[in-house]
Design a protein around this ligand. Structure first.
Ligand code: GRF
Length: 224
């Protein structure tokens, strides 16, 4: 039976593109069955429609609506599609504990920094501001703690002295497009185990390193 993912996104949807593309090519053993955005004009919605994703929904928040009330509607919308996994791919809302509990262990996020460093909405900016030599991205399970859930995969690249937020974000995004679909693939194939303390183990199950064009200065965590 197909492993079905729901993608929640607010923006351009380049991570959604990479999920759709890797699914189509057979590299990622999962299908995108549902795409939801809180931004009705977001490009990700049009991309999902163009790609023929079976269910596509804009779910904007209403005037004065609390985060808790929005998440009640969000839980219902996601539940209706009964996905095996929920992927936050640039979904720019902080989720309530109610949402995290409703889909416990079945939500992952992609973050544009090497967690646990630089949590929050400005991972790239904070990496540059800290003067880090290395930047990167992280996939992790989502818990009620913002960007604090168990880490699954990471990928890193050097920071160059002349990097701007834009140039660095572009290079990190390229890595996001590698590790997000790989993370989905690992979970779909039951190669990711979470221990009682939230520690994640990724089983040795081959690698994607040789399956995609190389990125010379990139480093990947075990499992990729
Ligand atoms: C990515 O940088 C992701 O890490 C962040 O939001 C951005 C989404 O980009 N949380 P896109 O919409 O997938 O192009």
């Amino acid at each position: 039976m197909t492993f079905r993912i729901a993608v929640l996104a607010s923006g351009t949807g380049s991570n959604l593109d990479s999920l759709l593309e890797k699914s189509k090519s057979g590299l990622m053993g999962a299908d995108v069955s549902f795409v939801l955005s809180d931004k009705p004009d977001a490009m990700c919605l049009q991309k999902a429609k163009d790609a023929g994703v079976p269910a596509v929904l804009a779910l904007p928040s209403e005037d004065g609506e609390s985060r808790a009330d929005y998440d009640v509607r969000l839980i219902e919308a996601v539940d209706t599609e009964s996905p095996d996994l929920i992927v936050l791919a640039g979904f720019m809302r902080i989720l309530t504990p109610a949402f995290c509990d409703a889909f416990k262990g079945r939500i992952i996020n992609i973050h544009p920094a090497l967690l646990p460093k630089h949590k929050g909405a400005h991972g790239i900016r904070d990496t540059l501001a800290a003067g880090d030599d290395v930047a990167g991205c992280t996939t992790h399970f989502v818990t009620a703690e913002l960007d604090g859930g168990p880490i699954i995969l990471q990928a890193s690249r050097p920071v160059f002295p002349d990097d701007t937020e834009e140039t660095l974000a572009t290079r990190v995004l390229e890595m996001e497009h590698r590790i997000l679909p790989r993370t989905v693939d690992l979970i779909a194939n039951r190669h990711v185990m979470v221990g009682p303390d939230g520690d994640v183990a990724v089983a040795d199950s081959g690698s994607w390193v040789d399956k995609l064009p190389p990125i010379d200065d990139a480093t990947f965590s075990p499992g990729y």
